[in-house]
Design a protein around this ligand. Sequence first.
Ligand code: GLU
Length: 298
Amino acid sequence: MMTVMVLCYTGPVTNQTPPPVLRFAPSPNGHLHLGHAYSALLNASIARELGGRLLLRIEDIDITRCRPDYERALREDLAWLGLEWDEPVRRQSEHFGDYARALDRLQALGVLYRSYASRKEIAMAIAGQEWQGDPDGAPLYPREALRAIDDPAQHGPQAAFTLRLDMERALELAPPLGWKEYRPDFTAAETVPAEPEKWGDVVLSRKEFPTSYHLAVVVDDALQGVSHVVRGRDMLHATAIHRLIQHLLALPEPAYHHHPLILGQEGEKLSKSIASKSLRALKAEGATPGDIRKLVGM
Ligand code: GLU
């Protein structure tokens, strides 16, 4: 009798989780200042501590304000500070197709609608009323009052429109969401309940820009495998929208740490005049990378 041996090679057993991926994601619409330096250095230091990688991502969807010379300058400034990152760098303006595909998926879920109302029409719709604002202070979109203006049947195929998230419908498709807000060493976290409804029907794309920050950041973090998002506290509340979009697009949830702002109202030691100066201005005045680290408390 012949014995047949079946050898089944499954390869090395790897149950290790991939190394952490962090990113620093500036917009090249001006020169970097101390606030950016702090965020970039903190990302680099956490990446090092966790044995992870740091990516640089250029968030240049606002093509009217972002400029290649600012990008060149920010790369120089970051290199001067001693930062290293993987190349090639993702530049959002080169990936509008990715955001269009994400919008198609949201469209298929029925959570987008076209809004045609101008700023003036929005202002008129809420004039004289006590109207709720979003966490950034902008008025929530008065969808009901603008239904007639937003009726697509009233507009020709060439009419410019904005794609908004139908928050009510999106919330119907999502369980209560939250995120883990970690300490800077990522050892312990508290769960923060997400309240995306506070933002109302946020804009996800406009005629001039085929994606919004909220959509691009969520799509990119997922596509780039970003596991740890370390950014300023000014983005804390926006994380609720990001979690909702992640849920709708079935994307993974990164770990978050929102760091204090150098230019916040929390009694920072820096004087405003120093803090608002660009890194290159400080360098021209003789500051060294070490001085910058000291100034931002690193
Ligand atoms: N481009 C954004 C900024 O410069 C980045 C925000 C984020 O890290 O999610 O504020």
